[in-house]
Write a protein that binds this ligand. Structure first.
Ligand SMILES: C[S@@+](CC[C@H](N)C(=O)[O-])C[C@H]1O[C@@H](n2cnc3c(N)ncnc32)[C@H](O)[C@@H]1O
Length: 339
C-alpha cells in the first residue's frame, strides 16, 4: 500500500516507518488517538473512521482543521503558492526578502497558508519556533522553490488528504495528558513524543518529567498503545527505554540514513516500537526487513575497504568501521533488545 505523504513537514516525521506501524497496530480498533500528531503521517495512513489527532502546536491543528472544513482546498492552495512563489522568485536577496516577509506576516496573523509556505520553503523541511513562539527556520535559499512541479506535488498532497479526511476526525490543540485521558478500551493510541535530550523549542520542551508522566498515563490507559522511540545508535543506548519502558513489549529495527553526502557519513539508528499488547508472531528485531543477500553485502564491504585504502584512510578507522558493520546487527539482537 502506498504511503500518503502529508503537506506539512517536520523533523522526526515517520513516513518511512508507516508500513511497520501499520502492521503492528492492525485495523481492529474503534478510534485512532494520536497525542503528538506532528505532520499526521502515521494516523492518516491508518485510514481510521474515527480519530482524535492532537498536538501542542496550534498551527498544525489550525492547518488540518482548515483542510477538513474546506477553508483550504487544493485550488486555494495552488493559487496561493503560485502567487507567493512568483513573489519569492523575484524578490531581492535571492528570494530571502520575500521569505522574511511571509515569516513576519505569519508571526502576526498565524495564517495557515503562510504556515504551509514556510513549512515548504524552510531549510530541510524543519519546523521550529523561537522562545517567543515565532517561526524560527531559515530559508532553503531556493528562490525558485515553488516551481510548477513542486506546487503540483503539494496540491496533490492536499487533495489526497481532503479526500480521506473524515468528519469524525477531531483535531485538538491540547497537551498529551488530556488526549490520553480521553482514550477508552478498544481505542488505539499512537505516541511519537519529542525525543528526550534531542532539541527543544517553543512547542517541544520535552523533559524527563514529561517522559515519566507519559509512561504513567500509558500504563494506566484502558486502550492499547504503540509508542515510537529510538533504541540505540552508533554511539549510545537510549537509557530512557530501560527507565520508563522496560516492562512493555518492544520491537526494534535498523534504520540507515546519511548525515551528509559521503558514504562514510552513513549512520544507523535502531528504531523502537513499544506496545502494551502481545506481539506474538513478530520477531523482536528487524521483523519484515529484508536483508541483502550475503554475497552482495560482502562485495559492498570489499568495495568500501578498497575505497578507504585508496583514500589513505588510517588502519584504525578501517578496523572500527568494519567492526561497526559486523557488530551493529549483533548488538541489536543480543546486547540491547528486549521483549
Ligand atoms: C516527533 S514530533 C511527531 C512527529 C509525527 N509522528 C510525524 O511523523 O510527523 C512530536 C510532536 O509532539 C508535539 N508536542 C510536543 N510536546 C507536546 C505536548 N506536551 N503535548 C502534545 N504535543 C506535544 C510537537 O509539537 C510535535 O509536533
Amino acid at each position: 500500500m502506498k504511503t500518503i505523504v502529508p503537506p506539512l513537514k517536520c523533523q522526526g516525521i515517520k513516513t518511512k516507518l508507516v508500513p511497520w506501524i501499520r502492521e503492528v497496530v492492525g485495523d481492529d480498533f474503534n478510534r485512532w488517538i494520536e497525542p503528538f500528531m506532528g505532520s499526521g503521517v502515521a494516523g492518516f495512513n491508518m485510514y481510521p473512521k474515527v480519530a482524535l489527532f492532537a498536538d501542542s502546536n496550534p498551527h498544525i491543528i489550525a492547518f488540518y482543521k482548515a483542510v477538513q472544513s474546506g477553508e483550504i482546498s487544493p485550488q486555494s492552495a495552488r493559487a496561493f503558492l503560485k502567487q507567493e512563489g512568483d513573489l519569492l522568485r523575484n524578490a531581492s536577496d535571492n528570494g530571502y526578502d520575500h521569505y522574511r516577509l511571509v515569516r513576519d506576516r505569519f508571526n502576526v496573523s498565524r495564517n495557515s497558508l503562510d504556515f504551509l509556505f514556510l513549512s515548504r520553503a524552510g531549510f530541510n523541511g524543519m519546523m521550529r519556533f523561537s522562545k517567543k513562539g515565532h517561526w524560527n527556520i531559515p530559508f532553503c535559499k531556493k528562490p525558485d522553490r515553488f516551481a510548477q512541479a513542486y506546487i503540483t506535488k503539494i496540491v496533490n498532497q492536499i487533495d489526497v488528504l481532503a479526500k480521506i479526511i473524515q468528519p469524525e476526525w477531531k483535531f485538538c490543540h491540547q497537551d498529551y495528558l488530556v488526549t490520553i485521558a480521553d482514550a477508552q478500551a478498544g481505542d488505539m493510541i499512537y505516541c511519537d513524543p519529542p525525543y528526550l535530550g534531542r532539541y527543544t523549542d517553543y512547542f517541544n520542551n520535552w523533559t524527563e518529567k514529561d517522559e515519566a508522566r507519559l509512561a504513567n498515563a500509558l500504563r494506566a490507559t484502558p486502550a492499547r498503545f504503540v509508542m515510537s522511540s529510538w533504541h540505540h545508535n552508533d554511539f549510545r543506548i537510549n537509557d530512557a527505554i530501560q527507565r520508563y519502558w522496560g516492562n512493555f513489549n518492544i520491537l526494534t529495527r535498523d534504520h540507515f540514513y546519511h548525515s551528509g553526502a559521503k558514504e562514510e557519513n552513513r549512520r544507523s539508528i535502531v528504531e523502537a516500537l513499544i506496545c502494551n499488547f502481545d506481539l506474538d508472531g513478530f520477531e523482536s528485531h528487524n521483523h519484515g526487513v529484508r536483508r541483502k543477500p550475503e554475497q552482495l553485502r560482502l562485495l559492498e564491504q570489499t568495495a568500501k575497504y578498497i575505497a578507504q585504502q585508496d583514500a589513505g584512510a588510517t588502519r584504525a578507522s578501517m578496523r572500527s568501521s568494519a567492526l561497526t558493520v559486523e557488530i551493529a546487527p549483533t548488538l541489536g539482537l543480543v546486547g540491547l533488545t528486549q521483549g
